[in-house]
Design a binder for this molecule. Structure first.
Ligand SMILES: [Zn+2]
Length: 417
């Protein structure tokens, strides 16, 4: 057996876990039938396997191939095999498109082998007969269900019974992260639909569709109350850091934008809770008590150092931030003052004016964490979800889903009093 043939065998093992699984298998047959040598078959499979992992729920067409080669390959960090030579990628994916074109036109769904295929066939029947959905919708739902089965490595019915709400949340969060915000809604709808089908068929015992977060939300980046990265930079650069008040304001803004603290939490920060050498900051959470310790991000650490050494007036207040104006000079700053401060800098930076002061920074951190790959759990922890008992929806993340998740943010310790 040649090296290339061994490579093909190895690639075959990867097929079941690839979202393009059935297509990938057919493509293998297609290439062999069309007389491609083992070397180029192995090469094509590597390209298509990588492409399939990236593709997820995007449509399969020439424009998406372009997007993959031009935008993804230059920044690709996928685990191997992930060939990055753009010419090789173009050639292999062109062959794939050529093979696929007639099938796309016929709109007949393809099913994988085994348990997954049998399950999806029933789901297909249920979707098209019972609910009378449009053909395109049915196709998307099937694709979504297949992705879910592949990502969660389901091969037998028994594995479905072991699904937990946490597993579903993680799956949805990671799916949503990989796609344009606009598709988030269809991802969650499709996931819920499939979960309801599984319940109906008795494969799962409880209704896990409730574990799928509701959005509105994943449009985070495009929501008006979230600051874009460049807007945030502009805001943070507004205070004049040569002046004591500027140093204070910048440090307070960073507490909110880097750690997602509320205005009240910033106001309550105590000198005794700041450990600049150890790089930790203790935050008094809500009025209900409890505190959380966060690692201090570098930017914030620098700003705090500057303020404490050169900006903060000499006084006996136990809080980090104090008033700089008579008659309250040296008194602990009030949270309403912080809210007004944020509003003022937001206005001066020429950003949208009608946003709710300090909350916008909390929304922004949720959005940035999400984009950077944080899980719902981590976001929940940073936002201190335990103390959120109002209907205010920060970051429009479904807080019911958030409040069920419990792992700590690495380095952050929640301490209940
Ligand atoms: Zn990649």
């Amino acid at each position: 057996m040649s090296r290339a043939e061994r490579a093909i065998d190895r690639m075959k093992l990867r097929i079941p876990d690839n979202p393009l699984g059935p297509v990938l298998r057919r493509h293998l047959d297609y290439l062999i039938r069309h007389g491609y040598g083992a070397e180029s078959v192995a090469d094509s499979l590597r390209v298509v396997d990588h492409f399939g992992r990236w593709l997820g729920r995007r449509p399969l067409n020439a424009a998406v191939v372009q997007q993959f080669v031009r935008r993804h390959l230059p920044v690709c960090r996928c685990s191997p095999p992930a060939p990055r030579n753009s010419r090789r990628n173009y050639m292999a994916l062109h062959r794939l498109l050529k093979m696929i074109r007639p099938v796309v036109a016929s709109r007949r769904p393809e099913f994988p082998d085994g348990f997954r295929g049998r399950l999806l066939r029933r789901y297909h029947k249920c979707l098209s007969n019972v609910r009378g959905l449009a053909v395109g919708t049915v196709r998307n739902r099937l694709r979504s269900a297949l992705t879910m089965l592949a990502r969660l490595r389901v091969r037998r019915a028994g594995q479905l019974a072991a699904w937990t709400p946490e597993r579903i949340e993680d799956f949805v969060a990671s799916e949503v992260r990989q796609h344009e915000p606009a598709t988030a809604g269809s991802i969650t709808t499709a996931t819920r639909s499939f979960l309801r089908f599984l319940l109906q068929e008795g494969h799962i015992r409880r209704d896990l569709s409730a574990a799928v977060p509701k959005f509105a939300c994943w449009k985070l980046a495009s929501l008006p109350e979230v600051l874009r990265e460049d807007e945030l930079d502009r805001l943070l650069n507004m205070p004049d850091v040569e002046s004591p008040i500027g140093m204070r304001d910048r440090a307070m803004l960073l507490c909110m934008s880097e750690l997602g603290l509320r205005a009240g939490e910033v106001a309550r920060l105590e000198l005794g809770g700041v450990d600049l050498d150890g790089g930790m900051l203790r935050v008094q959470r809500s009025k209900r008590g409890g505190s959380a310790t966060f690692p201090i991000p570098r930017k914030l650490s620098k700003a705090l150092k500057a303020y404490l050494r050169r900006g903060r007036p000499t006084c006996t207040a136990p809080t980090v931030f104090v008033s700089h104006w008579a008659p309250g000079i040296g008194k602990p700053i009030r949270s309403v003052t912080i809210s007004v401060m944020v509003k003022r800098w937001v206005a001066r930076a020429g950003l949208r004016k009608d946003i709710g002061a300090a909350h916008v920074l909390r929304h922004s951190i949720a959005s940035r964490m999400l984009c950077a790959g944080a899980s719902l759990r981590q976001i929940a922890d940073v936002l201190g979800h335990r103390s959120i008992n109002t209907t205010t929806i920060y970051a429009k993340v479904d807080l019911k889903a958030l409040s069920r998740v419990g792992l700590p943010w690495p380095g952050a310790k929640e301490v209940q009093r």
